[in-house]
Design a binder for this molecule. Structure first.
Ligand code: GRF
Length: 202
């Protein structure tokens, strides 16, 4: 049994998760990167870190369900029981949500429920908030709406640009996400009880 990370882009969170899982000897390893963008830089990181990859081109499938069925088959074949979204730029559909109910986590670069969606850092800066931050949450049918697991604030300073704020946020992400996953694996955090999502029951 092990963990898959889903990513579409740079993959700095993926790398932070892998490094921490190895240096801390997590009870379940990260054994797969699922990527929906052939050529994404995260694939180079996976190669360097020795993590197997499954690369998909979703437009090759007749619809989202068909794409997710294929991803699901791969996850089952490899005994994946926890999915970590880390810059996966796609809304998770019913096929994966039902198969992995309360077993999919996401990291989002704002203090949810503020600034949902894909431009969270820029929107927070433009809004003029003094504090933004990072949220780790369970994934449900909505966009950045699932139950919150943990959050960390980040101060917005007057001289911040999207770039500097993003860097500060990512620094916090690289610590918060691995810390949350470790707590989950060691039973210090539990999935929402509603749908019997107890990670320790199988
Ligand atoms: C992160 O900032 C994360 O919050 C958001 O997408 C970004 C991914 O960055 N969901 P990276 O690919 O991990 O560097």
């Amino acid at each position: 049994m092990s963990i898959a990370v889903f990513a579409s882009g740079s993959g700095s969170n993926f790398e932070a998760l892998v490094e921490r899982s190895q240096s801390q000897g997590w009870p379940e390893p990260i054994s797969l990167l699922v990527c929906d963008q052939p050529g994404a830089p995260v694939l180079e990181r996976a190669k360097r870190l020795g993590i197997p990859t499954a690369v998909y081109h979703p437009s090759d499938y007749k619809n989202k369900a068909a794409y997710e069925e294929e991803v699901l088959a791969c996850l089952r074949e490899r005994g994946i029981r926890l999915i970590l979204l880390a810059g996966y730029m796609r809304i998770v559909g019913p096929v994966l949500l039902q198969a992995y109910r309360w077993r999919i986590l996401n990291i989002h670069p704002s203090l949810l429920p503020a600034f949902q969606g894909k431009n969270a850092v820029e929107e927070a800066l433009n809004y003029g908030v003094r504090w933004t931050g990072v949220t780790v949450h369970w994934v449900d049918e909505g966009i950045d709406t699932g139950p919150i697991v943990d959050q960390k604030p980040v101060l917005v300073e007057p001289e911040d640009t999207v770039d500097t704020l993003q860097k500060k946020i990512q620094f916090v992400e690289h610590n918060l996400y691995p810390a949350v996953v470790r707590k989950l694996l060691t039973g210090r955090i539990a999935p929402p009880e509603a749908a019997g999502g107890d990670l320790h029951r199988e």
